[in-house]
Design a binder for this molecule. Structure first.
Ligand code: NZQ
Ligand code: ZN
Length: 389
């Protein structure tokens, strides 16, 4: 196991009706003037936004609001949010929504205190030194942004979808009522679930030896997802299954499963170019790219793929032909994603061979490398996109 420092200060407020306590938590973390940031309207339709506002009013906290965050959030609304926060003297950003809303909130939190262009941080020109505090009321189990240190934004003019990674934007609190996810369309539930599995897999595929405790945590989360996702798709009102998925989503991406080990992340970057180009759900892109990445890379460490196949999918180990077991495990992933309604080929997303050069261009320059488990050059990335066609 590698050495690590791990501080997870997010306060998780988990359970039924917890959104009615939002105001108290904003107050606890020093918010006096809040920007409520939200997406395309689901929080209005469900009545959640009104409950959150009422909770702020109960605590005597004033607020302004900015809706309209789109999935795969864009820089345009971030600039608007920054201007609004400066004009109104906002000192706390409250995200009410999913990963896109939380990520847009994090970007506004960083940009409000910076006199230059907030994109400088996303372009990697300088590290983030300060940000307004952010809190989240989560409405979808997926990206894990409610306690992650990342924010992913797309620059519309270039279609560059890229991230910052800094503890400065880790939410102070996350209000997590699994019941709020009952209004999700099945496709979004499945897409979020796929993202959760992918966050674990990005960490599971490591060259760091002897990380048994995090290996087993990873396997426990994956087993949970495989059990619970079909249950919520069958019965969207299954609160207990939704609760397990929601907590799994948080554990999958707050690095509980990643400490002490090298992580990969090539598949995420291969996917981000797709959701930037065609604006698909991030999880749907991952359902296509992860099986392809696995098929391309399994020979690097067949034993690790065999372990995953046996421990998570219950595949019988073929000791004479370990590659057969590894491939059986990969097939299980593909079948699982398909069974929950996800695409598993680029063609199902409407992406053709003709678009591969554009995806490669969005990935980075000619000498760009991806991943750690196996370091991939542009040629290897191209082959993985082709495997996904
Ligand atoms: O915009 P509204 O109307 O709210 O609708 C949203 C949106 O259309 C809808 N939705 C959310 N909660 C709902 C609901 N509809 C009905 N009932 C509810 N309770 O679902 C749609 C998707 O929402 P979005 O926020 O985009 O989903 P998700 O949480 O999957 O976030 C995806 C974004 O997060 C990024 C992705 O790349 C993508 O841009 N990621 C962020 C990460 C991070 N910050 O740590 C890590 C991830 O790997 C990921 O890259
Ligand atoms: Zn993800």
């Amino acid at each position: 196991m590698n050495d690590f420092t791990y501080c997870l200060p997010t306060n998780f407020v988990f359970g039924k009706s917890k959104e009615t306590e939002t105001g108290a938590y904003v107050k606890m973390y020093g918010g006096t003037k809040v920007l409520i940031h939200y997406g395309g309207g689901s929080v209005k339709r469900s009545g959640l936004l009104d409950r959150v506002k009422a909770s702020l009013e109960e605590e005597g906290i004033s607020y302004v609001e900015l809706g309209g965050v789109k999935p795969n959030p864009r820089d345009g609304l971030v600039y608007e949010g920054i201007e609004l926060c400066r004009k109104e003297g906002v000192d706390f950003i409250l995200a009410v929504g999913g990963g896109s809303t939380i990520d847009s909130s994090k970007a506004i939190a960083v940009g409000t205190l910076y006199q230059g262009d907030f994109w400088d941080f996303y372009a990697g020109k300088l590290p983030v030194s300060e940000a307004l505090p952010v809190g989240a009321v989560l409405t979808i189990a997926a990206a894990g942004s409610e306690s992650s240190t990342s924010s992913v934004i797309t620059q519309e003019s270039t279609l560059t979808k890229t991230s910052i990674k800094t503890t400065k934007v880790r939410p102070k609190f996350a209000i997590m009522n699994p019941g709020l996810t009952e209004t999700l369309p099945p496709y979004q539930t499945a897409s979020g679930a796929t993202d959760i599995c992918a966050h674990v897999l990005e960490r599971y595929f490591t060259n760091t030896p002897e990380v048994e405790v995090t290996d087993r945590l990873c396997e426990a989360i994956l087993l949970t997802m495989i059990r619970e996702v079909p249950r919520v798709l069958e019965d969207p009102h299954n609160y207990e299954a939704r609760a397990n998925i929601m907590w799994a989503g948080t554990l999958a991406h707050n690095d509980t499963c990643g400490v002490g080990r090298q992580q990969d992340w090539a598949t995420h970057h291969l996917e981000h170019t797709i959701s930037a180009l065609i604006d698909c759900a991030h999880g749907a892109g991952l359902a296509v790219m992860f099986p392809a990445w696995m098929k391309y890379n399994y020979k690097h460490d067949v034993a690790r793929f065999v372990r995953l196949a046996v421990n998570v999918w219950g595949c019988e180990e073929n000791t004479d032909d370990p590659e057969e077991t590894a491939l059986a495990g990969i097939a299980c992933w593909e079948n699982f994603f398909r069974s929950i309604g996800m695409p598993v080929r680029l063609s199902e997303l409407g992406v053709t061979e003709a678009e591969i050069p554009k995806l490669l261009e969005l990935l980075g320059g000619d000498d760009h490398l991806e991943g750690n488990f196996v370091v991939l050059d542009k040629k290897a990335c191209e082959e993985i996109y082709r495997l996904a066609l």
